[in-house]
Design a protein around this ligand. Structure first.
Ligand SMILES: [Zn+2]
Length: 287
């Protein structure tokens, strides 16, 4: 991209001042958009109101459902909905319209879209092994939604787009160059809501998810066992697809060691809950 040419440098000082003023004004305008993640108290920038976020989640969910086959396995569907009901009760988000489905798909995957639409692939059932393993997966995915990681990631991409526009305005007066700069950025769409999360978001979802499962009565030590099984599965299968839950959720030693640290608080929470332990075993013929 050749948006800076020697003869345009003469415009830079004045344009830089303009850009700086826009940046400061934006910073002040965005301050009220800072929110706090429950439990971790991390400050996050959220530019989307929850209604917009939910309608994007609903649209993404409809698109996914069009391509998905809902499983006819009534027993496991019932278990998934039971786990989902127990976890959604402890996260206490009455504005969410929870829905839990078992999706016929061999790839080990699960998701929770903004607004509370949860899908669990049949391919993750042998790794989840029991109800508590499912609670670890569903708890983790619900945590992404409750901590509004999708909206936060979209807000970051909007900020990048705004920064790109300010730079385009500041660095060049040539409209064609500005267009080229804008094209290099881009505001997220409903599709962006289903992209993989950052490592920090993953860590936060592990932490919140393990607390949720413990409060819901599931033994949080089962979360560690789940990630260990997932790690073994990954080594055996050597999966590397970009859309795969395994590649976006590496079950490495570091993650498992961090779960050990999280277990201290989770076990304290578990001691106060109505204990279910590992819960019901999932069927061996789950495909
Ligand atoms: Zn995740």
């Amino acid at each position: 991209m050749s948006f800076i040419t020697i003869n345009r440098y003469k415009y830079l000082p004045k344009q830089y001042i303009k850009s700086s003023i826009i940046f400061v004004a934006l910073f002040l305008a965005l301050l009220p958009s800072c929110e706090t993640v429950p439990e971790t108290n991390r400050t996050q920038l959220i530019l989307l109101d929850q209604q917009t976020e939910f309608s994007m989640g609903t649209k993404a969910y409809k698109d996914i459902l069009k391509k998905s086959k809902i499983s006819a396995d009534k027993r496991v569907t019932k278990i998934i909905r039971r786990v989902g009901r127990r976890i959604s009760r402890v996260v206490n988000r009455p504005q969410y319209k929870w829905e839990f489905n078992l999706v016929e798909d061999k790839t080990p995957n699960a998701y929770c879209l903004p607004g509370g639409k949860v899908g669990v692939h049949t391919g993750i059932l042998p790794i989840a092994e029991n109800e508590a393993g499912l609670a670890a997966v569903i708890g983790h995915e619900i945590a992404h939604a409750v901590a509004r990681h999708g909206a936060e990631r979209m807000s970051q991409s909007i900020m990048v787009a705004i920064a790109g526009e300010v730079l385009a305005q500041g660095l060049t007066r040539n409209e064609a160059d500005r267009q080229a700069m804008r094209a290099a950025y881009g505001i997220g769409s409903a599709v962006a809501i289903t992209l993989p999360f950052s490592r920090n978001h993953e860590l936060e979802a592990d932490y919140l998810g393990i607390l949720y499962m413990a409060r819901a009565g599931y033994d949080p030590r089962e979360a560690k066992k789940f990630w260990q099984r997932f790690s073994r599965w990954g080594k055996k299968e050597k999966k590397s697809s970009d859309s795969d839950f395994f590649s976006t959720h590496p079950a490495n030693k570091k993650r498992i060691a961090q779960i050990d640290d999280m277990l201290v608080r989770a076990m304290a929470e578990y001691s106060h809950s109505a204990k279910i332990g590992a819960g019901e075993k999932l069927a061996t013929d789950t495909r």
